[in-house]
Structures are given as structure tokens and as C-alpha cells.
Design a binder for this molecule. Structure first.
Ligand code: ZN
Length: 175
């Protein structure tokens, strides 16, 4: 027996059982298949319900059925292939245009917090920043966090020597 989901020409949906697809076609051709709601004999199959009893040719191992419950190893879903790593979003100095004033304010607050934390935990060496950073890098000075001022040329020289420096965000600068 096969259950068909049927729909009449008036849009009524209903279900009916048939011994097979041929039987449905035969009975439909004879006008025996009618809508229980309006008796319309012009019915069409919609989606065949998955309730099949005594059917044959089912369970072919060439037919992947990943949505079926587990229990048959041949139909078990294959593990998903590894996904490529997600590229981190490109950092842009300019906030997205969708940012509203509240986002800018929140970002500025965050930058203030970063700056305040660095100023609290890092020694302020002022204009000697480049010299101090290089001294720490070469081991002449104890390793510690510092912050201070440096010209672009000094920063370039530090980076060339493999000394990591990063600009301290200044929320007052733009905006
Ligand atoms: Zn109907």
C-alpha cells in the first residue's frame, strides 16, 4: 500500500491509500478518486508520504538517506568535510557605515579603557620610548611594559629590528 497526498482542483488536500502507483492512475482515470471535501474527481498527487508498506526496491545502498534514523551502517551520513578556516575580517580604521552614534560612543569608551589600562600597568617613559624599547629588547633593561612617545621614524626603526610596538589608541584623536 502507498499513501498519496492528493489535492483537488479546488485546493483541498487529503490523503488516500492505493495498492500501487498504477492503481492510483487507473482509479483516477476512472474517476474513482474524488475529493472527500467537494467530490471533485480532478485530483493530483502532491507529495508522496513516506509511509510505504510491502514496497520493493527500497533501501538501495546507492540511495543515500542521511535523514533516516541511524541503525543501518550503509545509510549512515558521512562525516562532514573539514571546513576551510574562516578568514578574519579585515580590520579597517573606519567603522562600518551601519554604526550609529551609540556604537561610536561604545568604541570610544572601550579605547579609553584600553588606554587607561595601559597607562596604569605600563611605565611611562615619555620621549625615551624608542631607547627604552630597544634596551628592553636587547636585555639592557628589565623586561617590562612601557609606553611613551616615539616618532614614526623611531617606530619604523624598532619594527625593523623586530621590536614589537603598537600604537596606543587615542579616542580623542578622531571623531
Ligand atoms: Zn476538493
Amino acid at each position: 500500500m502507498i499513501k498519496f497526498s492528493l489535492q483537488c482542483s479546488n485546493g483541498h488536500g487529503f490523503e488516500a491509500w492505493f495498492p500501487g502507483n498504477d492503481s492510483f492512475a487507473d482509479q483516477k482515470a476512472r474517476g474513482f478518486v474524488t475529493c472527500p471535501h467537494c467530490n471533485d474527481a480532478s485530483v493530483e498527487k502532491t507529495i508522496m508520504a513516506p509511509n510505504v508498506q510491502g514496497g520493493k526496491g527500497r533501501g538501495s545502498k546507492d540511495d543515500p538517506a542521511p535523514n533516516l534514523p541511524a541503525g543501518n551502517a550503509s545509510t549512515a551520513p558521512m562525516p562532514a568535510p573539514p571546513q576551510p578556516p574562516v578568514q578574519p575580517p579585515v580590520q579597517t580604521a573606519k567603522p562600518p557605515e551601519s554604526w550609529g552614534p551609540e556604537h561610536v560612543a561604545a568604541a570610544r569608551q572601550f579605547l579609553h579603557a584600553v588606554r587607561a589600562t595601559v597607562q596604569k600597568t605600563h611605565e611611562d617613559v615619555g620621549d625615551k620610548f624608542a631607547d627604552e624599547a630597544r634596551a628592553i629588547h636587547t636585555g639592557k633593561k628589565p623586561d617590562r611594559g612601557i609606553h611613551g612617545k616615539a616618532s614614526k621614524e623611531q617606530i619604523d626603526a624598532l619594527l625593523d629590528d623586530g621590536i614589537e610596538v603598537m600604537p596606543l589608541p587615542d579616542p580623542k584623536l578622531d571623531g
